[in-house]
Design a protein around this ligand. Structure first.
Ligand SMILES: NC(=O)c1ccc[n+]([C@@H]2O[C@H](COP(=O)([O-])OP(=O)(O)OC[C@H]3O[C@@H](n4cnc5c(N)ncnc54)[C@H](OP(=O)(O)O)[C@@H]3O)[C@@H](O)[C@H]2O)c1
Length: 215
């Protein structure tokens, strides 16, 4: 797993790209307007990054990150991501994404919607709970008592372990929330949302929590 395909070259996609490159990964990154619009970003990221279309980035990926607004999920390539670990950074902002009835009724989680769009992929929620700007600068070596923990959730245990290994490679511990259906514990407006926390602190924040409607 050396090549990370990134679908979405905004705040989150760019920040994860920077951290991944520092950790030694190759990055293939895409936006919606085409690779020719990403020249400045590729220059900034350096020789371990290249721009591509979304389909090309997905096809080149050993594993991928989906970092598009939730309302744009329908444009994320499906076939090219089949069989691969897909990290999902999505959060639900109705003002931006439009109202999504299944989320309003707490009948689904954002990550289950991503999984439904990518039925052949192994979706693992990651990076939804950290401001993008913190990703390249908050990492610490394994074993540091102050190391920040990020939540993960996923239905496939092996893929989730791969996601946790990637988080560790870029400087973060992980707290496993269980399957995607439990990922509401770190959705927007929960006590854990975008809080800097260690494993112990994040575990406490996500254990006794009531599910509320995201408004
Ligand atoms: N920003 C944060 O701090 C943060 C933190 C945690 C989670 N999140 C969540 O992560 C997701 C991404 O947020 P963001 O802040 O990174 O968004 P953003 O800065 O608005 O960037 C979105 C990116 O997605 C691209 N895109 C849209 N549709 C696409 C498609 N079909 N194929 C390829 N690329 C596509 C856009 O390309 P164009 O510009 O060409 O349209 C843009 O590069 C959201 O769900 C957000 O809520 C954000």
């Amino acid at each position: 797993m050396t090549t990370l395909g990134i679908i979405g070259a905004g705040y989150i996609g760019t920040s994860v790209a920077k951290a991944a490159i520092v950790a030694g990964y190759e990055v293939v990154i895409a936006n919606s307007r085409g690779p020719e619009t990403l020249n400045d970003l590729i220059e900034e990221l350096g020789p371990k990054a290249r721009a591509a279309t979304a389909a090309e980035a997905a096809a080149a990926a050993d594993f991928a990150l989906v970092a598009v607004p939730l309302g744009k999920l329908g444009g994320v390539p499906v076939e090219e991501l089949s069989g691969k670990l897909v990290l999902d950074a999505n959060n639900y902002y109705p003002q931006r994404d439009g109202r999504i009835a299944a989320l309003d009724a707490n009948e689904s989680t954002t990550s289950e919607l991503v999984q439904a769009h990518l039925p052949g992929a192994y979706v693992v929620k990651a990076f939804n709970n950290i401001p993008a700007a913190h990703i390249p600068v908050d990492g610490l070596p394994a074993g540091d008592p102050a190391r920040r923990a990020l939540p993960v959730a996923g239905d496939d245990k092996a893929s989730k372990q791969d996601a946790i290994a990637f988080l560790s490679a870029i400087g973060f511990d992980a707290v496993d929330l269980g399957p995607l259906s439990e990922s509401w514990r770190v959705e927007r407006d929960t006590p854990a949302y975008v809080k800097r926390a260690t494993v112990a602190e994040l575990t406490a924040l996500t254990t006794n929590v009531t599910r509320v409607q995201q408004v």
